[in-house]
Design a binder for this molecule. Structure first.
Ligand SMILES: [Fe+2]
Ligand SMILES: [Fe+2]
Length: 193
Protein backbone atom coordinates (compact mmCIF):
# COMPACT_ATOMS: atom_id res chain seq x y z
CA UNK A 1 0.00 0.00 0.00
CA UNK A 2 1.71 3.10 -1.21
CA UNK A 3 0.38 6.55 -1.86
CA UNK A 4 1.50 8.62 -4.86
CA UNK A 5 2.05 11.76 -2.82
CA UNK A 6 2.85 13.13 0.60
CA UNK A 7 0.20 14.16 3.11
CA UNK A 8 0.94 17.82 2.37
CA UNK A 9 0.44 17.26 -1.37
CA UNK A 10 -2.81 15.39 -0.70
CA UNK A 11 -4.01 18.33 1.37
CA UNK A 12 -3.21 20.66 -1.52
CA UNK A 13 -5.16 18.41 -3.93
CA UNK A 14 -8.08 18.50 -1.52
CA UNK A 15 -8.00 22.29 -1.29
CA UNK A 16 -8.46 22.49 -5.07
CA UNK A 17 -11.90 20.92 -4.65
CA UNK A 18 -13.01 21.73 -1.10
CA UNK A 19 -13.80 25.35 -0.44
CA UNK A 20 -15.81 25.31 2.77
CA UNK A 21 -14.49 25.22 6.29
CA UNK A 22 -17.06 22.61 7.32
CA UNK A 23 -16.09 20.09 4.63
CA UNK A 24 -12.39 20.68 5.23
CA UNK A 25 -12.85 20.11 8.98
CA UNK A 26 -14.91 16.99 8.26
CA UNK A 27 -12.12 15.68 6.01
CA UNK A 28 -9.54 16.34 8.73
CA UNK A 29 -11.74 14.70 11.36
CA UNK A 30 -12.17 11.55 9.30
CA UNK A 31 -8.43 11.55 8.57
CA UNK A 32 -7.61 11.79 12.30
CA UNK A 33 -10.05 8.98 13.10
CA UNK A 34 -8.59 6.78 10.35
CA UNK A 35 -5.05 7.42 11.55
CA UNK A 36 -6.03 6.45 15.07
CA UNK A 37 -7.68 3.20 13.99
CA UNK A 38 -4.71 2.35 11.74
CA UNK A 39 -2.49 2.51 14.81
CA UNK A 40 -5.06 0.58 16.82
CA UNK A 41 -4.97 -2.26 14.27
CA UNK A 42 -1.22 -1.97 13.62
CA UNK A 43 -1.83 -0.91 10.02
CA UNK A 44 -0.38 1.76 7.74
CA UNK A 45 -1.28 5.08 9.33
CA UNK A 46 -0.24 7.24 6.37
CA UNK A 47 -2.31 5.23 3.91
CA UNK A 48 -5.42 4.98 6.09
CA UNK A 49 -5.13 8.68 6.91
CA UNK A 50 -4.98 9.61 3.24
CA UNK A 51 -8.09 7.58 2.43
CA UNK A 52 -9.85 9.50 5.20
CA UNK A 53 -8.49 12.88 4.12
CA UNK A 54 -9.60 12.46 0.50
CA UNK A 55 -12.81 10.44 0.92
CA UNK A 56 -15.11 13.40 0.17
CA UNK A 57 -12.92 15.03 -2.51
CA UNK A 58 -15.82 15.48 -4.93
CA UNK A 59 -18.56 16.31 -2.42
CA UNK A 60 -18.08 20.08 -2.38
CA UNK A 61 -18.32 20.46 -6.14
CA UNK A 62 -20.81 17.64 -6.81
CA UNK A 63 -23.04 17.15 -3.77
CA UNK A 64 -25.77 15.59 -5.92
CA UNK A 65 -23.31 13.34 -7.75
CA UNK A 66 -21.09 12.52 -4.78
CA UNK A 67 -18.55 9.76 -5.55
CA UNK A 68 -19.37 9.79 -9.26
CA UNK A 69 -16.46 12.18 -9.86
CA UNK A 70 -14.02 11.03 -7.17
CA UNK A 71 -12.47 8.19 -9.25
CA UNK A 72 -11.49 10.49 -12.09
CA UNK A 73 -10.12 13.14 -9.70
CA UNK A 74 -8.11 10.60 -7.74
CA UNK A 75 -6.75 8.89 -10.87
CA UNK A 76 -5.62 12.30 -12.03
CA UNK A 77 -3.53 12.62 -8.87
CA UNK A 78 -2.00 9.17 -9.42
CA UNK A 79 -4.09 7.10 -6.98
CA UNK A 80 -4.68 3.48 -7.97
CA UNK A 81 -7.90 1.51 -8.21
CA UNK A 82 -7.46 -0.06 -4.77
CA UNK A 83 -7.31 3.37 -3.16
CA UNK A 84 -10.35 4.48 -5.16
CA UNK A 85 -12.31 1.43 -4.03
CA UNK A 86 -11.57 2.24 -0.40
CA UNK A 87 -12.93 5.76 -0.94
CA UNK A 88 -16.03 4.59 -2.81
CA UNK A 89 -17.00 2.09 -0.11
CA UNK A 90 -18.08 4.84 2.30
CA UNK A 91 -21.02 5.45 -0.03
CA UNK A 92 -22.34 1.92 0.41
CA UNK A 93 -26.15 1.80 0.26
CA UNK A 94 -26.21 5.57 -0.02
CA UNK A 95 -24.44 6.31 -3.31
CA UNK A 96 -23.34 2.92 -4.61
CA UNK A 97 -23.14 -0.78 -3.85
CA UNK A 98 -19.41 -0.92 -3.06
CA UNK A 99 -19.64 -2.83 0.20
CA UNK A 100 -17.06 -2.11 2.92
CA UNK A 101 -14.97 -5.31 2.99
CA UNK A 102 -11.45 -4.31 4.00
CA UNK A 103 -11.04 -3.37 7.71
CA UNK A 104 -10.06 0.13 6.59
CA UNK A 105 -13.27 0.44 4.62
CA UNK A 106 -15.37 -0.64 7.58
CA UNK A 107 -13.71 1.99 9.74
CA UNK A 108 -14.19 4.69 7.09
CA UNK A 109 -17.85 3.79 6.69
CA UNK A 110 -18.32 4.10 10.46
CA UNK A 111 -16.24 7.15 11.37
CA UNK A 112 -17.54 9.18 8.42
CA UNK A 113 -20.82 9.48 10.29
CA UNK A 114 -19.58 8.99 13.86
CA UNK A 115 -16.90 11.71 13.76
CA UNK A 116 -19.61 14.25 12.91
CA UNK A 117 -21.78 13.02 15.75
CA UNK A 118 -18.92 13.23 18.24
CA UNK A 119 -18.07 16.72 17.00
CA UNK A 120 -21.70 17.74 17.61
CA UNK A 121 -21.46 16.31 21.15
CA UNK A 122 -18.26 18.28 21.80
CA UNK A 123 -19.71 21.54 20.53
CA UNK A 124 -22.58 21.56 23.05
CA UNK A 125 -20.18 21.24 25.98
CA UNK A 126 -19.25 24.39 27.94
CA UNK A 127 -15.67 23.82 26.78
CA UNK A 128 -16.74 23.22 23.14
CA UNK A 129 -13.90 20.72 23.22
CA UNK A 130 -13.38 17.05 22.48
CA UNK A 131 -10.58 16.95 25.07
CA UNK A 132 -12.96 16.63 28.02
CA UNK A 133 -15.72 14.77 26.19
CA UNK A 134 -16.43 11.35 27.63
CA UNK A 135 -17.91 8.33 25.94
CA UNK A 136 -20.84 8.14 28.36
CA UNK A 137 -22.02 11.56 27.22
CA UNK A 138 -21.78 10.47 23.55
CA UNK A 139 -23.74 7.30 24.32
CA UNK A 140 -26.47 9.27 26.05
CA UNK A 141 -26.88 11.69 23.15
CA UNK A 142 -26.83 8.80 20.69
CA UNK A 143 -30.08 7.60 22.28
CA UNK A 144 -31.69 11.06 22.04
CA UNK A 145 -33.14 11.11 18.55
CA UNK A 146 -33.73 14.85 18.71
CA UNK A 147 -30.01 15.56 19.19
CA UNK A 148 -28.09 15.94 15.88
CA UNK A 149 -31.14 14.39 14.26
CA UNK A 150 -29.54 14.40 10.80
CA UNK A 151 -26.91 11.88 11.90
CA UNK A 152 -27.84 8.39 10.76
CA UNK A 153 -27.53 6.25 13.91
CA UNK A 154 -28.31 3.13 11.87
CA UNK A 155 -25.21 3.59 9.71
CA UNK A 156 -23.03 4.05 12.79
CA UNK A 157 -24.40 0.92 14.49
CA UNK A 158 -24.12 -1.05 11.24
CA UNK A 159 -20.52 0.14 10.88
CA UNK A 160 -19.62 -0.94 14.42
CA UNK A 161 -21.23 -4.32 13.77
CA UNK A 162 -19.19 -4.68 10.58
CA UNK A 163 -16.04 -3.79 12.51
CA UNK A 164 -16.97 -6.43 15.08
CA UNK A 165 -16.46 -3.96 17.89
CA UNK A 166 -18.96 -2.80 20.53
CA UNK A 167 -20.35 0.62 19.63
CA UNK A 168 -19.13 2.09 22.92
CA UNK A 169 -15.57 1.05 22.11
CA UNK A 170 -15.76 2.47 18.59
CA UNK A 171 -16.97 5.74 20.12
CA UNK A 172 -14.16 5.78 22.69
CA UNK A 173 -11.46 5.14 20.07
CA UNK A 174 -12.91 7.76 17.71
CA UNK A 175 -12.88 10.32 20.54
CA UNK A 176 -9.18 9.54 21.05
CA UNK A 177 -8.55 9.99 17.33
CA UNK A 178 -10.31 13.35 17.23
CA UNK A 179 -8.44 14.53 20.32
CA UNK A 180 -5.18 14.10 18.41
CA UNK A 181 -6.37 16.66 15.85
CA UNK A 182 -8.29 18.85 18.33
CA UNK A 183 -6.49 22.08 17.46
CA UNK A 184 -6.89 21.67 13.68
CA UNK A 185 -10.55 20.84 14.22
CA UNK A 186 -11.09 23.81 16.54
CA UNK A 187 -12.13 21.36 19.24
CA UNK A 188 -9.29 22.10 21.65
CA UNK A 189 -9.55 23.96 24.91
CA UNK A 190 -10.46 27.56 24.28
CA UNK A 191 -9.40 30.25 26.68
CA UNK A 192 -12.21 31.83 28.70
CA UNK A 193 -14.08 34.55 26.84
FE1 LIG B 1 -19.05 11.13 1.54
FE1 LIG C 1 -17.62 12.19 4.63
Amino acid sequence: MTTPCTRQEALEHLKEHVHTDSLMKHSLAVEASMRHFARYYGEDEEYWGMVGLLHDIDYGEFPEEHLDHAPEMLRGYGFDEAFIRHVLSHGYNLRNQVEPIHPMEKVLYTVDELSGFITACALVRPSKSVLDLEVKSVKKKFKQDSFAAAVNRGVIQDGADRMGMPLEEVMAETILGLREAADALDLGMHSAQ
